[in-house]
Write a protein that binds this ligand. Structure first.
Ligand code: SF4
Length: 385
């Protein structure tokens, strides 16, 4: 990557986001369908990946000055120390500094050390997103996680000691348990344990059994691996209530934050923002074009470029933005897409409102999902896209 100060767009403001995909994990979790693989022992694959990122970064437009950076994966903190340090230094030198409003690094609690966290803080990382998933040792074992509940607690305290300004925890729910009561007790215990660590942000995802994963293979052999949908919904409502009582605002279907700690980078994805993704399986949305990299190591290339018809793209943006609990303001939507939603999907919106599946407020100037429809939002999205 070139060493240079970030350039600003003509108005001086930084905009958009940068995503870097790190395709390595210590071990694959039983449910995971993200593009990542268990890292080889000698670090050669990581070096080769880093060379690929450097080459891809050379092609990023000079004027690109992201307001947010997100290093995700995979497990970025599973990179060998030397590659991890070079990546942080290169991102900081080209895209860091004044005006970078948020820099997140994803981490598995079993892969952190005070040294890695200190490097992150020195580079300018503002936020660490920890894949906690659960505080139950049995659940962590069933999900194939490499860490213990104690590792989660240690990781949070190390991040705080290193001075990382914000900590986010990912939780998972919705796997099969011995009984409904046991499942809900685990959810309650997970909420309590997570809240006790005083994170700034929490994400809660329902287990999905993805094809090709070890959990899917178990399911194919007749084992129940996911809880019934009605129980998953009860778990989701427990999480919503528990986190609200602890002072977290829900700003997206699966995301909760203390005031001001919402993830700016992910908000870009939900509001049709521009971003550039580097690495295998990374996606970009830049100059109106979507681009996706192939999921292959050590070489990857642009697998598709797609310029969607404007109406179709606006419909997709409508749906993505409705994932936010605040939904869309009519003027905001017009400014982002150039379309009025009445012109785009007026009759569908009217029908969804009449059926109570969508709320229309302020004389039709705002639409959003009712809280009762968060868990079943897919049906609404299918009608709108
Ligand atoms: S640590 Fe995360 S990315 Fe890696 S295998 Fe597990 S769930 Fe997937």
């Amino acid at each position: 990557m070139k060493r240079k100060q970030p350039e600003r767009e003509s108005g001086g403001a930084r905009a958009g986001g940068l995503y870097v995909h790190v395709p390595f994990c210590v071990r694959k979790c039983a449910y995971c369908a993200f593009y990542s693989r268990a890292a080889g022992g000698d670090g050669r694959e990581a070096e080769s990946w880093w060379e690929g990122i450097r080459r891809e970064a050379e092609a990023v437009p000079e004027g690109f000055a992201p307001a947010t950076v997100f290093i995700g994966g995979g497990t970025p903190t599973s990179l060998p120390e030397g590659v991890f340090a070079r990546m942080l230094e290169a991102v900081a030198s080209r895209w860091g500094g004044e005006g970078l409003r948020e820099w997140t690094v994803e981490a598995n609690p079993g892969t952190l050390s005070p040294g890695k966290l200190r490097r992150m803080r020195e580079a300018g990382v503002t936020r660490i997103s920890l894949g906690a998933q659960s505080f139950s040792p049995e659940a962590l074992a069933a999900l194939g996680r490499i860490h213990s509940p104690g590792d989660i607690r240690d990781a949070v305290s190390m991040a705080r000691e290193a001075g990382i300004p914000q900590v986010s925890l990912d939780l998972m729910y919705g796997w099969a348990a011995a009984s409904a009561r046991a499942a809900l007790d685990t959810v309650r215990a997970d909420i309590d344990a997570a809240v006790a660590l005083a994170p700034d942000h929490l994400s809660a995802y329902c287990l999905e059994v993805e094809p090709g994963t070890p959990l899917a293979a178990l399911q194919d052999r007749g084992r129940a691996v996911a809880a019934p949908p009605a129980l998953q919904r009860r778990a989701y409502e427990l999480i919503r209530r528990g986190l609200a009582a602890a002072g977290f605002g829900q700003y997206e279907l699966s995301n909760f934050a203390r005031p001001g700690c919402e993830c700016r980078h992910n908000l870009l994805y939900w509001t049709g923002g521009a971003y550039i993704g580097l690495g295998p399986a990374a996606h970009s949305h830049w100059n109106g074009e979507r681009r996706g990299n192939s999921a292959s190591l050590p070489e990857w290339h642009v697998e598709f470029r797609e310029t969607l018809p404007p109406r179709r793209k606006a419909c997709e943006t409508l749906v993505m933005g409705l994932r936010r609990t605040a939904g869309w303001g009519r003027e905001e939507f017009r400014a982002v897409t150039g379309f009025d939603w009445v012109e785009l999907r007026g009759s569908e919106i009217e029908r969804l409102v009449a059926d109570g599946l969508l709320l229309s407020e302020r004389g039709g100037e705002r639409i959003r999902l009712p809280a009762s429809g968060f868990f079943t939002s897919d049906a609404v999205f299918a009608a709108l896209v």
